[in-house]
Design a protein around this ligand. Sequence first.
Ligand code: FAD
Ligand code: NAI
Length: 478
Amino acid sequence: MSQQFDVIVIGAGPGGYIAAIRSAQLGLKTACIDAWSTSEGTPAPGGTCTNVGCIPSKALLQSSEHYDHAQHHFADHGIELKGIGLDLAKMISRKDQVVKQNNEGILYLFKKNKVTFFHGTGAFAGAAEQGYAINVRPVKGGEPTQLSAKHIIIATGSKARELPGAPFDEKMILSNDGALNINKVPKKLALIGSGVIGLEMGSVWRRLGAEVTILEGLPTFLGAVDEQIAREAHKAFTKQGLNIELGVKVGDIKKTAKEVSVAYTDAKGQAQQLVADKLIVSIGRVPQTGGLGLEAIGLALDERGTIPVDELCRTALPNIWAVGDVVRGPMLAHKAEEEGVAVAERIAGQHGHVNFNTIPWVIYTSPEIAWVGQTEQQLKASGHAYRAGTFPFLANGRARALGDTTGMVKILADEKTDEILGVHIIGPMASELISEAVVAMEFKASSEDIARICHAHPSLSEATKEAALAVDKRALNF
Ligand code: FAD
Ligand code: NAI
């Protein structure tokens, strides 16, 4: 006998667990299946984001930034510290504790919202009388449980992409998982890929004392970021001591129990060798669909391994939906969540949708980088006439008081209508400042709208107001 639900969600990452909660809130009988376990074998819902992604990386970024400040910046404030030490085991265990709180929080939310949680691997068994049958293989072992539901939401996420010939062993060649659990600060750390993970994890280990070299295949740094902001970021990271080599071609990777060596050709075509204590490979992520039993229902993947969906997250099969990293679009937790909510609302007969033009991006380095909307190079390429306004944090009173004046806010607005087309920030708390820009763009605000709004003084947000004024060439403080 199978247990019947209205909705079964496979995967409890940010896409899946949020879809399950929203479905239950809307009165649908909902089950959520997730296979992730703690080291003790207990359920660890939250997916990549909670267990080996957003949350643990931000915990280590925060801890390592405190360490860096204590070592290098407190003295500027007249604070004298002697004998600053690093207890790496404690730092990692604090990070694990933060992860655990999040796992437990999700289990609590499932209970509160009456979502039935299954700790196991979910796989399609085929069609059922009313929808689809799903087999759940329990993590703890034992007989599979059969569930069925009219609607299935696939939210199985993604996993780190391996370099051919250099599989992850999480000891010497690390994915994002191993990169968050190194138990001794490496003297030399190599990374391949200077994308978001490369820069965030490279920053953590540099701050903790490693000599960090990042090998990047593309000749441009942070190609998806506004060029002016990317230039500023490159300057700041290089000054901090991150060695970033662009335009390299990675060759053979060899490892012993003590070191990893990476053969590569540099941008000038010279053969080079990088020897390090550990190697982090951060060259993007691939959708995770293995073991889902898609063949049982005849659902095909596209050439990149993602589940094809339309703009409403509908797959090719009726009432099977897919959200988050396993489908097209940016691999971001908040994008996955928005899709999860929209799908649950659609199932309940509402009209949920996701505005892909206003999904913010944040890179949690120091300085932070955040943006929403189009970059200057995209506007140029499409021939869209625009006006740009920038304002440096150097001219912002709060940034000076904080002692953190790197970077700027940049606003791009339509030349004729003044509608904001993109906002790009590099600097302190860019991750928080970007929200104002997202709200403005969601409401189709003009740069004049932001310029006319009263912003608290002294605050970093005044830089956003000033950048808006600068679009009209009338910044007041610069
Ligand atoms: P996932 O979070 O990958 O969750 C999928 C879940 O499905 C997993 O728990 C998996 O075990 C489970 N699963 C898979 N197959 C099955 C099955 N057959 N049966 C049962 N369960 C299954 N994004 C941000 O927005 N901000 C950040 O700061 C950020 N930082 C990141 C840092 C790192 C190091 C990494 C790696 C990623 C980061 N991301 C960040 C990206 C973010 O983690 C992902 O975009 C997000 O987790 C995707 O959510 P999801 O629900 O689609 O999938
Ligand atoms: P990424 O796509 O951000 O960066 C990968 C980098 O590796 C690119 O610059 C690419 O050119 C380079 N690369 C690819 N193949 C290469 C090769 N063979 N040799 C050398 N360089 C190569 O991917 P990353 O950093 O692995 O992160 C995966 C995803 O996880 C991100 O795209 C993002 O969606 C998500 N993420 C988000 C975070 C955030 O929002 N703050 C933080 C971390 C990850």
